[in-house]
Design a protein around this ligand. Structure first.
Ligand SMILES: [Zn+2]
Length: 295
C-alpha cells in the first residue's frame, strides 16, 4: 500500500498528539503522587546536617513532613540520675529493666529523642521538631551512665545528655572517668556541665557562681575538645544572680529541677524538667509524657 503525502502527514500529526497527551497525563500523575506523599508525611525522614562549628561535630537534624511543632508548644525533658539495680528504695535510681521498658514505650509510641542542640534550636530559633519529641537527661555523671544507659540508648538509636561534675572525674568513686566521657561524646551522647563540684548555686555569691560556671565549662571543654554550652544547676538550686552569671559564663541554655515541660514557658536559662520517679510505675511515666500539666 502506498501512502500519499497527505495521509502520511495526518498520521504523523496523530502520533505527535497522542505523545503529547501521554506525557502531560503521566507528569500530572507524578505531581499528584508527590503531593499526596507530602500530605501523608511520607517524606518525614530526618535529613542529617553537620554543624559548621568545627569544635562540635554533633548533628542537628532537619525534620520534615506533617506533625511538626513550633515553639509555642513545650517539650518533656526527662531528668534521670542513676540507672542501676540493687537500690530499690531510692526514687532517683531507676532499675535497668524499668529503664529498658521506658525506652521501649518511647519507641513503640513514635517518640523522637532530641539532642540539646536540637532543643536549643527549637526554643531559640523556632526550628520545628516532631510533635512527639522528648529530651533525656542524666545528672551527676554516674558510671552507670556509661555501663547501663549508653548501650541501651545506642540499641534504641536514642540521644541523651549527661550533666557531669568535672572535679569528680578520674577520682575514686562511682563516677565516669575521662576515657568513658570521651567515648560517649564521640558516639552520640551529649556531655554538658553540672558545675565543678556540685555546688548549690543559690547559696553562693554572684562571683562564686561565675567561678564554678566558667571553670566547669573550661574543664570539660579541655577534656572533650568541644564547646560546652549547657548546664543543669545542682539540686536545682539558683537565685536572682544565677541567670545573669550563667549568661556571662557563656551558657545558652540551662536546666533546673522545677517540675514541668520545657520551652518558652520559662526563661531559657531556667528550664523545667520532668523527674522520673523510680518508685512510681509506668502509669506515672506515661502520664508525665502525655500531660504537660501532670500532677
Ligand atoms: Zn546533681
Amino acid at each position: 500500500m502506498k501512502l500519499s503525502y497527505k495521509k502520511l502527514s495526518v498520521i504523523i500529526l496523530l502520533v505527535a498528539l497522542i505523545g503529547t497527551i501521554t506525557y502531560v497525563t503521566v507528569n500530572n500523575t507524578n505531581k499528584n503522587k508527590s503531593a499526596l506523599s507530602k500530605k501523608m508525611g511520607l517524606k518525614a525522614k530526618p535529613k542529617q546536617k553537620v554543624k559548621s562549628n568545627k569544635n562540635d561535630e554533633q548533628t542537628i537534624r532537619t525534620f520534615k513532613g506533617i506533625n511538626l511543632i513550633h515553639n509555642d508548644k513545650i517539650i518533656p525533658t526527662l531528668m534521670y540520675h542513676s540507672v542501676a539495680d540493687g537500690q530499690a528504695n531510692n526514687s532517683a535510681v531507676v532499675p535497668v529493666d524499668v529503664f529498658k521498658q521506658q525506652m521501649q514505650y518511647l519507641k513503640d509510641n513514635g517518640y523522637t529523642t532530641l539532642s540539646l542542640d536540637e532543643l536549643h534550636n527549637f526554643i531559640q530559633n523556632n526550628k520545628p521538631v516532631p510533635e512527639r519529641s522528648v529530651v533525656l537527661t542524666f545528672d551527676d555523671g554516674y558510671e552507670d551512665s556509661y555501663t547501663n544507659v549508653f548501650p541501651i540508648l545506642k540499641a534504641f538509636g536514642f540521644r541523651g545528655t549527661v550533666f557531669v561534675i568535672p572535679a569528680l572525674t578520674d577520682k575514686p568513686g562511682p563516677y565516669l572517668n575521662s576515657k568513658q566521657l570521651k567515648e560517649m561524646d564521640k558516639n552520640g551522647m551529649d556531655i554538658e556541665s553540672h558545675t565543678v563540684n556540685h555546688e548549690k548555686l543559690g547559696e553562693l555569691s554572684s562571683e562564686k557562681q561565675l567561678d564554678t560556671l566558667i571553670q566547669s565549662k573550661q574543664m570539660l571543654e579541655t577534656m572533650l575538645n568541644k564547646k560546652i554550652q549547657y548546664i543543669a544547676y545542682p539540686f536545682g538550686s539558683y537565685n536572682n544572680f544565677t541567670v545573669a552569671e550563667a549568661q556571662k559564663a557563656g551558657y545558652t541554655m540551662a536546666f533546673t529541677t522545677n517540675d514541668g515541660w520545657a520551652g518558652k514557658n520559662t526563661d531559657i536559662l531556667l528550664l523545667n524538667r520532668v523527674f522520673v520517679n523510680s518508685l512510681k510505675g509506668m502509669d506515672q511515666y506515661v502520664e508525665r509524657l502525655n500531660n504537660p500539666n501532670y500532677k
